[in-house]
Design a protein around this ligand. Structure first.
Ligand code: ZN
Length: 359
């Protein structure tokens, strides 16, 4: 019985992990499942995909006992069958200076095993266009990445040329290469900033690399631009000049539309506040609505859910307004009273105003 319940427990975990990945990515393969289950650390997968020398193959980083591994895959197969998903084959490659390299998951590279790991599953009812673009995504090698040197000076691991701060370099199996040795010297740097220009230059360049620099205070790599062929930039610039007026007009239309939407939202919210709180001064209702509209005009609040005018959300906005303008709350906070204590101290005053406005 114990065995039976731990079995169904594992099945449950597999199903939940698989559903979550499918929802997130639109497809799922064995490697994504194993990562979601915690049997394979994403850092190992990333190192392997980037061609790090410590990861000649990936299998040995899968950390789960053979019995549990087998059961996990069986539950996964059952789930795939039950959901009626369609297989889409991915490829695991990396873009290196010498071209595209195949990556293998298993040590011996057994074709059937490799194919198993490459096979992803997606909903069977995807449109033709969507499944084509999904297959393209699953088969696209990761970008070639060029780093801007920020650390101590070093040397190219092949020709020995000095690599100074600010220089571009490529990491090849954990070793730095100058752009000449990496066969990228013919490319030129296009800084980030103009999205249309970047997109087009990349499309026209037979070879391109993403340029990143490590930001020490933020502890992350930040994209600085692209290395692309010079003629690709020229071509992209010509295209951008040709349709610049159209693109500017499209941007202006989008901004106007947003403004209209914002105004409508604020009007509706003001009315809603006055409906729930008839004795609230209308100028204040307008203030609350504008403040809420402003706050929710960010990325999150633009969603339909974020802008829904349900009573609770409206009441919370009103309470926040009262707290900051009709009580000593802000003053208490400034004097070092903790947020929870300050809230407790002003609760009665807020209730008093709410009652008054409701009546
Ligand atoms: Zn070199």
């Amino acid at each position: 019985m114990n065995n039976g319940s731990s079995q169904s427990n594992l099945r449950q975990r597999v199903v939940e992990a698989a559903e979550a990945v499918l929802e997130r990515d639109g497809s799922i393969g064995p490697l994504e499942l194993l990562q979601k289950m915690g049997f394979l650390h994403p850092a190992h997968v990333e190192g392997w995909r980037k061609g790090n020398e410590y990861y000649p193959f990936l299998e040995k980083w899968i950390q789960v006992g053979p019995e549990k591994f087998r059961k996990t895959l069986r539950h996964f197969e059952e789930w795939v069958k039950g959901r009626g998903l369609q297989p889409i084959e991915a490829s695991y490659t990396r873009r290196g200076p010498a071209g595209t390299e195949e990556l293998r998951v298993t040590n011996d590279g057994h074709p059937q095993q490799e194919k198993f790991y490459r096979t992803h599953y997606a909903p069977a009812d995807l449109s033709k266009r969507k499944s084509t673009s999904l297959a393209a995504k699953l088969n696209r090698p990761p970008d070639l990445v060029v780093f801007i040197k920020v650390g101590e000076e070093g040397n190219c691991s092949e020709c020995g040329a000095p690599l100074l701060q600010g220089d571009h370099l490529l990491m090849e199996k954990g070793q730095p290469l100058c752009l000449t040795c990496a066969d990228l010297e013919q490319l030129v740097f296009l800084p980030s900033g103009d999205m249309a220009l970047t997109r087009r230059a990349r499309k026209h360049s037979p070879l391109s690399a993403v340029v990143v620099r490590f930001n020490r205070s933020r502890k992350r790599y930040e994209r600085q631009g692209l290395l692309v062929a010079e003629q690709a930039i020229a071509k992209a610039e010509a295209e951008c000049t040709a349709d610049a007026p159209e693109r500017a007009a499209a941007r202006a239309r989008a901004a106007l539309l947003r403004k209209d939407e914002d105004r409508e939202f604020i009007d509706a919210l003001t009315n809603k506040i006055l409906e729930l709180f008839p004795r609230c001064p209308s100028a204040e209702a307008r203030d609350i609505a504008e403040h809420t509209g402003l706050r929710s005009s960010g990325r999150v609040g633009r969603s339909a859910a974020g802008r829904k005018l349900d009573d609770t959300a409206v009441e919370l906005a009103v309470i926040a307004h009262i707290r900051h303008t009709h009580t000593k709350y802000d003053e208490l906070l400034m004097n070092g009273v903790s947020r929870l204590d300050a809230r407790a101290q002003v609760r009665d005053s807020i209730d008093y105003v709410l009652q008054d406005w409701r009546a």
